[in-house]
Design a protein around this ligand. Structure first.
Ligand SMILES: Cc1ncc(COP(=O)(O)O)c(C=O)c1O
Length: 338
């Protein structure tokens, strides 16, 4: 059981400058979110470390939880592992409802943190994972507390308070576009709101979703048809633009970046709360620059914006590297490299 969790590494993640070989001369920065809990096993933390902390702190401050309840949450991985790590270390029992095709690294991270896992047949779709969690809670409401990343205002709220300000400050207010994928919509809603406020509406907020229901971009939700559960945490009115991205484009982009940075330094535009040596040490896996699948989709979306003539030479684009590639050692993206 992994009960040593250093919550102080959460927030203030590094900003990297990335060359996506765009036609426009725009500057592109990427926020490396695996530096949240970077020392944790199975690829460190992710963008969800922020949200897990935000929801737990909020619940504790409001007195919503006590040590007798079991925390339960549906998750394809990152929220599950981050909640399991943080809540486990704070002394709570944790149960995570996961699709049975979740990546091995994420399953191991949840198990390693001492949480119970309830698997749901992935063929039933992700909505069945959420429904199963609802059924378990309904059967014994007093026994469980569900942070509920799909409805909890602390999810977008944490991004509004932290991610937005970090990006604004690290770019000295130069950011013109913010690009993020939609799972719960917490990142794009909260960070988008915060950046709109900080910039007096000058930042263009671009959300992206998978282009089809059978995608393999972890953490993102296909929402294009009305018969899918629409998270309350996703406020589409915050978006100035929406893009749809394919799994193939995302994976191609990730492989190109791996090659591009095989022998090339990755400029650290802002190390965040870390020292440069720590950032360099945890940027790569086995010397390789390997992105997680939604990070890859972010890079593909910025490239797509460029190809469609949406970017100007003086733009400063920020996208999010939600997690690192070693969380996906057992999927087609990286299995031959790890
Ligand atoms: C790897 C990864 N990327 C992106 C997202 C989507 O972020 P959000 O839920 O804030 O929309 C998630 C959510 O679980 C994720 O795990």
């Amino acid at each position: 059981m992994d009960d040593v969790v250093d919550e102080s590494t959460i927030f203030e993640t590094p900003l990297l400058e990335i060359d996506l070989e765009l036609d426009a001369d725009a500057t592109v920065y990427a926020k490396a979110e695996w530096f949240n809990l970077y020392d944790a096993p199975y690829g460190g933390g992710s963008i969800k470390s922020r949200v897990a902390k935000g929801m737990l702190d909020g619940a504790e401050q409001r007195g919503d939880i006590d040590s007798d309840v079991t925390l339960i949450e549906p998750s394809s991985g990152n929220t599950g592992s981050e909640l399991a790590r943080l809540a486990g270390a704070r002394g709570y029992d944790v149960e995570i409802v996961m699709p049975d095709n979740a990546s091995e690294g994420k399953v191991n991270a949840v198990r390693d943190a001492g949480a119970e896992i309830r698997f749901v047949d992935a063929d039933r779709g992700y909505d069945a994972v959420i429904e199963t969690c609802e059924e378990v809670v309904a059967a014994d409401p007093g026994a469980y507390f569900r942070p509920n990343q799909y409805e909890n205002p602390d999810n977008p709220g944490t991004h509004e308070r932290t991610t937005a300000r970090e990006i604004y400050n690290a770019t000295d207010g130069a950011v013109t576009q913010f690009v993020a994928g939609v799972g719960t919509g917490g990142t794009i809603t909260g960070t988008g709101r915060g950046l709109h406020d900080l910039s007096d509406g000058q930042v263009t907020v671009v959300g992206f979703e998978p282009d089809g229901p059978l995608h393999a971009i972890d953490g993102l939700k296909y929402l294009r048809s009305d018969d899918h559960y629409h998270p309350a945490t996703y406020d589409e009115s915050v978006l100035d633009r929406k893009e749809y991205v394919s799994t193939a484009a995302a994976y191609d982009c990730a492989r190109e970046l791996r090659e591009r940075y095989a022998d090339r330094e990755l400029p650290i535009a802002d190390p965040g709360q870390h020292d440069t040596a720590t950032v360099k040490k945890h940027l790569r896996v086995d010397g390789q620059f390997l992105l997680g699948t939604s990070a890859a989709a972010g890079a593909a979306t910025v490239t797509q914006l460029d190809r469609t003539g949406t970017l100007d030479d003086d733009d400063t684009v920020v996208f999010v590297l939600c997690d690192r590639g070693d969380k996906y050692a057992d999927i087609p993206l990286w299995e031959e490299y790890l």
